[in-house]
Design a protein around this ligand. Structure first.
Ligand code: GDP
Ligand code: IMO
Ligand code: MG
Length: 423
């Protein structure tokens, strides 16, 4: 049985959590493959809103296993809070939440290093969520990290103490002062570790490949978006993992020839939170309207998201890098009421009109060309079938399909699980 992937094609927050939740009924296993608590995946159903950071978005379904893969980085403190939220909603996770022994652990000092690095960068800061993601992946690739499997060994505390001591020395290298109380941080960290240890640790690559042999269905859940990928994103304004399809292979131990469909999620417009180039960003009333109507505030940090029109140049790039087979358009409802809808179809770059993503898309290098569509007035949020969708929206969707060569299979018309139209 093939493993299907679901990933974001823009700068994150496309609505991955919502769609994983919608699709979970078709799968035996949902597996997160990268990122950590920098992610915020929102699910809304039965009048409740849930935001998941590390836990896969299939957790609310009775019969689905949820795997936190080896590519994920876990902060035990945040993880414990996520579990406590599930407790409040009487979600029984003990039998269905499985943690890879090879997943790396975010230490309190990783968060401090993240803060020191960002503060010292001043205006050039990445706009990190400050969850310690960069420093943890640095320790992973630097071969210094602590993994979940280490918690089963007697000497993990020694490893922890040695790494923490090194981090504290490293803090001195930054020309900024970070206030912290290590004792307090360690107390909550230890509580988090104790909670984490109540869950089942697995050799996740073995578990998933056995599941494939047993013809179980698996959906791999991405975090962040393709333009935040460490290799293919708008470097250095990216996250520290491979958010693209290849990240699912390394983040779960699944071979490329096991991948089936790749579901690419995008908003009908574009948002970005944090620093970095964003060619179609709007600084006018249209951008303000998108932010207001779309409630564009980060699910993890609460920061306002920057808003702009859909960028087809960037979208095609993401589709190519990921091998997307089906598209899912999110937040179409937010565009209702705009008299004109614009979509970026080419860039001006070094005096030439180009239709591919160049090395550097900073505003000094790139300006955008738009194709315009007529807007629609109808409220989409109560619509339940594709026949109800306004003609002008259909023209917009069909243009995207023609340009990308990939069908748009889902149109999302509101944040609730039920506000999802299949095409
Ligand atoms: P993720 O990180 O990709 O899972 O996305 P986030 O949860 O960070 O951000 C998506 C936001 O849009 C959340 O607040 C969702 O509840 C909301 N959302 C998802 N789909 C739709 C939609 O079709 N319409 C509207 N209006 N909101 C949506
Ligand atoms: P989900 O999974 C949107 C952004 C941060 C910052 C950059 C680096 O909810 O889509 P990091 O904390 O990784 O060092 O931050 O990446 N970022 C996200 N933006 N959605 C996310 O996740 C993000 N995770 C990180 O804002 O610009
Ligand atoms: Mg999010």
């Amino acid at each position: 049985m093939a493993v299907n992937l679901l990933l974001g094609l823009q700068w994150g927050d496309e609505g991955k959590g919502k769609i994983v939740d919608v699709l979970t009924k078709n799968y035996d296993i949902i597996a997160r493959f990268q990122g950590g608590p920098n992610a915020g995946h929102t699910l809304i159903f039965d009048g409740n809103k849930h935001v998941l950071h590390t836990i896969p978005s299939g957790i609310f379904h009775e019969n689905t296993k949820n795997v936190v893969g080896n590519g994920v980085v876990i902060d035990p403190v945040i993880f414990k809070k996520e579990l406590e939220n599930l407790d409040q909603h009487d979600v029984n996770y003990t039998d269905k939440l499985l943690i890879s022994r090879k997943a790396h652990i975010i230490l309190p000092t990783h968060r401090l290093l993240d803060a020191a690095s960002e503060t010292s960068k001043g205006k050039a800061k990445i706009g990190s969520t400050l969850k310690g993601i960069g420093p943890t992946y640095m320790d992973k690739t630097g071969r210094n990290g602590i993994r979940v499997g280490d918690l089963e060994l007697d000497n993990w505390k020694e490893k922890y103490n040695a790494l923490t001591a090194k981090h504290i020395k490293m803090l001195d290298f930054f020309d900024v002062q970070i206030e912290y109380n290590l004792e307090e941080l360690e107390a909550e960290f230890c509580e988090g570790i104790d909670k984490l240890k109540t869950l089942e640790f697995i050799d996740s690559e073995e578990y998933l490949n056995n599941a494939i042999k047993e013809k179980k269905t698996i959906l791999a859940e991405g975090a962040q978006g393709s333009l935040l990928d460490i290799d293919f994103g708008t470097y250095p304004y990216v996250t520290s993992s491979n958010t693209t399809a290849a990240g699912a292979c390394t983040g779960l131990g699944i071979a490329p020839n096991r991948i089936g469909d790749v579901f690419g999620i995008f908003k009908a417009y574009t948002t970005r939170v944090g620093s970095g180039p964003f060619p179609t960003e709007l600084f006018d009333e249209d951008g303000e309207t998108m932010g207001r109507v779309g409630h564009e505030f980060g699910a993890t940090t609460g920061r306002p998201r920057r808003c702009g029109w859909l960028d087809l140049v960037a979208l095609k790039y993401a589709i190519q890098v990921n091998g997307v087979t089906q598209l899912m358009m999110m937040k179409a409802d937010v565009l209702s009421g705009f008299s004109k809808i614009k979509v970026c179809t080419s860039y001006n770059y070094k005096g030439e009109e180009i239709a591919h993503l160049p090395y550097n898309i900073e505003p000094v290098n790139v300006s955008v060309n738009y194709t315009e569509f007529k807007g629609w007035k109808a409220d989409l949020t109560k619509m339940t079938s594709k026949e109800e969708l306004p003609e002008n929206l259909m023209q917009y969707i069909e243009f995207i399909e023609k340009e990308t060569g990939v069908p748009v299979k889902i149109v999302s018309v509101g944040p609730d699980r039920k506000q999802t139209i299949l095409r």
